[in-house]
Design a protein around this ligand. Structure first.
Ligand SMILES: C[S@@+](CC[C@H](N)C(=O)[O-])C[C@H]1O[C@@H](n2cnc3c(N)ncnc32)[C@H](O)[C@@H]1O
Length: 256
């Protein structure tokens, strides 16, 4: 069925970027907010973020792909395709990308863990900050072809030396990681948020920051369960922010 995803809102902001919001009718007759976003990242963020040309060129390529994918979603091109999730970036988006980059830059030589590489968009933001801070990114992805694409893009951006690409089930691979994590991005399938939290929590350094995506869009019971679990952990301060698709930002401050 084409056109099932409907553009609900479109407006131009003062700086020239376009803000949009899309809705998707569900089989039960209700309508769910699917995603909101901003176009025109490069106009603003390039200037603000002061990144080198290789990184900017790679981010521009991702943003072009995003625009095309959002357009195709709008036209209903993925309707009825059970594998559509594995064909698209499912990216955190430019605002969350910038925020995680800023947060990582606030940490000295951070060890960064990314859960859910996909095609590598958020990895670029993390790795650029890792290079600036003498940190290192370990990124985990179930699908080998996505991880391979992410590596290719990181190589083009000149960032591959700062990333360890791991392929397989994140919950299992976290168990094999040494302790000492300073930053974690949680952005894989939502039923795995809480099991991953349980797995990486004992490996966090004091002062570690965790960012979990999609807390508001698509949201749902699984991410709410993660939100409750992270807030219940001793020494964890946590806030839900309406950035991108909604992010839970937590900081681990154990006593003593
Ligand atoms: C929302 S996407 C990640 C988007 C990415 N962080 C970005 O912003 O570009 C989620 C990814 O998690 C991966 N994934 C799902 N289950 C996984 C698992 N058990 N272990 C590792 N990755 C998994 C999916 O294949 C998918 O590519």
């Amino acid at each position: 069925m084409r056109g099932a995803l409907a553009l609900e809102h479109l407006s131009q902001m003062e700086d020239g970027r376009l803000a949009y919001r899309m809705k998707c009718p569900l089989p039960d007759g209700t309508t769910r907010l699917f995603f909101t976003g901003l176009t025109g990242w490069s106009v603003l963020a390039r200037k603000e973020m002061d990144m080198d040309e290789k990184v900017t060129a790679v981010l521009d390529a991702y943003h072009e792909r995003m625009k095309l994918e959002h357009q195709r979603m709008f036209e209903g091109a993925y309707e009825g395709d059970p594998n559509w999730r594995d064909q698209v970036l499912l990216e955190v988006g430019p605002q969350t990308g910038q925020l995680i980059n800023i947060l990582v830059r606030s940490l000295p030589a951070p060890r960064i863990l990314e859960l859910g590489t996909s095609y590598g968009y958020s990895t670029i933001w993390l790795a650029e900050a890792a290079r600036e801070t003498r940190g290192h990114v370990t990124t985990m992805e179930l699908q080998d072809y996505k991880s391979a694409h992410a590596r290719e893009m990181a190589t083009k951006a000149g960032l591959a030396d700062h990333i360890d690409f791991k392929v397989g089930d994140a919950v299992r691979m976290i168990a094999e990681l040494p302790s000492g994590l300073d930053f974690v991005l949680v952005d894989l399938w939502k039923d795995l948020y809480e099991p991953c939290l349980r797995a990486f929590h004992p490996k966090l350094n004091p002062g570690a920051i965790i960012v979990a995506d999609n807390m508001l869009r698509p949201g749902g019971e699984e991410v709410k369960r993660y939100g409750r679990a992270v807030r219940a952990l001793p020494g964890m301060r946590s806030v839900l922010l309406p950035v991108g698709s909604g992010i839970e930002v937590s900081r681990f401050e154990p006593e003593g």
